[in-house]
Design a protein around this ligand. Structure first.
Ligand code: FPP
Length: 241
């Protein structure tokens, strides 16, 4: 059944997604794991468009973690090539759809040509005013916090301990200026955070679906948003009765 956006449905401003299950989805079809990633990349583009149409303001996807380097080199290479292709080919689409791209994660370990393509895409979409699309590449939540502390030190913000507060660190994260996710979606059954946005997910609602990422679609996104609407967000406080 086609899922519709109910009238009055609250749309989360920021959705983060752990796109799991590409490999399993491909294996089940007798295909190499990399086929799952290629299919997954197509789904990313479609979901970005769907989320934008629904009124989502920020979408953040986990494309490659700091731990993913330990996968077979052929798979790492295929993933990097997919990302390379995305950075090179998506500008026209981003311009048309007014998408602003930011890559989060430690970019220093990426190949020079990929780093340059990322910089080009970030620069060329920086003044777009539509949905903010964050792609996490060589990203780890703990690593991001360590880099944020280093950044704060380099900016001279740690000299007076009394002046260190959450906003100081917040401003030094890769996601500086972007509101925390309201909703985290993880596909393919696992129910864990896997080092994704550790700081930012403090009060996010979580939605887990057994569907693998390559079969995730607009209907599933609507279901996740619907589930989000049934949650009571208390941020550690009490609800007024
Ligand atoms: C997890 O599935 C998925 C990844 C490690 C990579 C996700 C990357 C993409 C969908 C492509 C990104 C493209 C763009 C344009 C942002 P898995 O391989 O761990 O699956 P498994 O758990 O079944 O083995």
């Amino acid at each position: 059944m086609k899922e519709e956006i109910r009238e009055g449905l609250k749309i989360p401003a920021h959705i983060a997604i752990i796109m799991d299950g590409n490999g399993r989805w491909a294996k089940k079809r007798g295909m190499p794991r990399t086929f799952g990633h290629t299919q997954g990349a197509k789904v990313v583009e479609q979901i970005l468009e769907d989320a934008d149409h629904m009124g989502v303001k920020y979408l953040t996807v986990y494309a490659f973690s700091t731990e993913n380097w330990s996968r077979p080199q052929t798979e790492v290479k295929a993933l990097m090539n997919l990302l390379r292709r995305y950075m090179k080919t998506s500008l026209a689409k981003c311009a048309k759809n007014n998408v602003r791209v930011r890559v989060i994660g430690d970019k220093s370990m990426l190949d020079k040509d990929l780093r340059e393509s990322i910089a080009d895409l970030e620069r060329d979409t920086a003044s777009n005013t539509g949905i903010g699309f964050q792609i996490a590449i060589n990203y780890g939540g703990r690593d991001e916090i360590v880099r944020a502390v280093r950044r704060a030190a380099a900016r001279g913000l740690l000299e007076d301990p009394e002046k260190i507060d959450e906003s100081v660190l917040d401003d030094c994260l890769d996601t500086a200026g972007i509101p925390d996710p309201d909703l985290l979606i993880r596909t393919c059954g696992e129910q864990r955070i896997s080092n994704f946005l550790l700081w930012q997910l403090a009060y996010s609602e979580m939605y887990f679906t057994p569907k693998a990422w390559p079969e995730f679609d607009r209907d599933e996104l609507v279901r996740a948003i619907d589930a989000y609407n049934h949650r009571e967000r208390r941020y550690g406080g009490l609800m007024d009765k």
